[in-house]
Design a protein around this ligand. Structure first.
Ligand code: HEM
Ligand SMILES: *[C@@H]1O[C@H](CO)[C@@H](O)[C@H](O)[C@H]1NC(C)=O
Ligand SMILES: *[C@@H]1O[C@H](CO)[C@@H](O)[C@H](O)[C@H]1NC(C)=O
Ligand SMILES: *[C@@H]1O[C@H](CO)[C@@H](O)[C@H](O)[C@H]1NC(C)=O
Ligand SMILES: *[C@@H]1O[C@H](CO)[C@@H](O)[C@H](O)[C@H]1NC(C)=O
Length: 351
């Protein structure tokens, strides 16, 4: 009797567990046509395991790689969609996305890791997984393995055939000197709202920035909003305009994905104008405060915003290709195909 009722309980619990997983996916943002939560379930069932195991090991040697991979996925998605165009090595075909100024500091180690993952995945599954999907999964694991939320990644992206020009790259990525007005309107074009803006900016809870990204706040005059002690410490790192040096984005916990970035902002210790203005501007201030006092809320909103960002103008179905080498288009793929893809506008939904 006891055992049959505990069996019934077990069955009930396991069906509840299934229900919970489903409803979790259901409460996530909608997914675009052509992507799916289980895209490689039969073609590459070990995909997420391969990526996770590789990165766990890699982060033990260099935790900075996590920040590098997260930023690569952000740049990929904001510039002409999450199509792995940022991974293309422009040097062979003239300057592309990697050669535009904002790249400045995309870490070579991140590109290398994506290519190594690509090789490992190929060995197990053949060439079925796109570089754009590898970048999206690597970004998720970078967040999760450095202490942040785990979230499901809809898969099925295809790799683009064309570079983004330097101009397109510059136009698509907001500058660190931007205020909230500029940031909100840039994100609105991508159907991302103020909560998405504040949550995604929380990516700056890990990683580093160069003096040139924030020395506008020190020279010629000091931004009066910046905490004085923090400013003095930044002046030691960047004693003059255009010093070549770096500092951490989140002074409280630079390598841990947590909500301390928002605590920094409340203490006027945000590094970029684009960070600090989120707390100065009345449209976003209360969102900053709500994340600073509630990490679970931040994690939930961050995951939701990443799922949205990860679907910006994706290529799906038979569009684009699956690259053999994430740094280069497949031999024989024609750049002229770009025009016909762009013409098929309806398929390149913003998301
Ligand atoms: C909202 C507009 C954003 C602006 C203006 C911005 C700007 C920047 C700048 C200027 C840097 C430092 C570059 C350097 O000086 O080396 C940086 C680094 C970084 N950004 Fe952003 N970013 C934005 C949004 C995002 C988003 C949405 C994410 C990811 C969710 C992200 C993740 C990162 C990470 C992880 C780093 C550190 C990279 C490293 O250590 O290699 N950023 N960002
Ligand atoms: C990034 O852009 C800068 C300036 O445009 C360029 O000098 C540099 O070589 C580029 N870096 C990479 C990795 O392509
Ligand atoms: C935000 O920046 C833009 C562009 O630099 C500027 O025109 C605008 O006046 C600024 N808005 C505020 C509220 O500071
Ligand atoms: C770079 O920053 C470090 C740490 O703040 C500082 O000790 C060093 O002097 C700086 N380098 C230059 C060239 O200013
Ligand atoms: C991948 O492509 C890049 C850029 O063309 C090239 O430098 C690199 O050698 C290629 N890697 C492999 C393994 O073929």
């Amino acid at each position: 009797m006891a055992s049959s009722s505990s069996l019934a309980l077990l069955l009930l619990l396991s069906s509840l567990a299934v229900f919970c997983t489903l409803s979790e996916a259901e409460s996530s943002p909608p997914i675009v046509k052509g992507l799916s939560w289980s895209f490689y379930e039969s073609s590459c069932p070990k995909l997420e395991l391969i990526v996770g195991n590789y990165l766990k090991n890699a982060f033990q040697k260099d935790i900075g790689l996590a920040a590098g991979l997260l930023r690569v996925h952000f740049h990929d998605c904001f510039v002409q969609g999450c199509d792995a165009s940022v991974l293309l090595d422009g040097s062979a075909s003239g300057p592309g996305e990697q050669q535009a100024p904002p790249n400045l500091t995309l870490r070579p180690a991140a590109f290398k890791a994506i290519n190594e993952l690509r090789a490992l995945i190929d060995k197990q599954c053949g060439r079925v997984v796109s570089c754009a999907d590898v970048a999206a999964l690597a970004a998720r694991d970078s967040v999760h393995l450095s202490g942040g939320p785990n979230y499901p990644v809809p898969l099925g992206r295809r790799d683009g055939l064309n570079f983004a020009t330097q101009q397109a790259t510059l136009a698509s990525l907001p500058a660190p000197f931007s205020n909230v007005t500029v940031l909100l309107s840039a994100l609105a074009k991508l159907k991302l709202d103020s909560t998405d803006l504040v949550a995604l900016s929380g990516g700056h809870t890990i990683g580093i920035g160069h003096c040139t990204s924030f020395d506008n706040r020190l020279f010629p005059t000091q931004d009066p909003i910046m905490d004085k002690t923090f400013a003095n410490s930044l002046r030691r790192t960047c004693p003059a305009k255009n010093t070549v040096n770096t500092t951490v984005l989140d002074i409280r916990s630079p390598n841990t994905f947590d909500n301390k970035y928002y605590v920094d902002l409340m203490n006027r210790q945000g590094l970029f104008t684009s960070d600090q203005d989120l707390y100065t501007d009345s449209r976003t201030r209360s969102i900053v405060t709500s994340f600073a006092v509630n990490q679970a809320l931040f994690f939930e909103k961050f995951a939701s915003a990443m799922i949205k960002m990860g679907q910006l103008s994706v290529l799906t179905g038979t569009q684009g290709e699956i690259r053999a080498n994430c740094s280069a288009r497949n031999a024989g793929s024609r750049s002229g195909v770009l025009e016909s893809l762009v013409d098929g506008e309806g398929e390149m939904a913003v998301f």
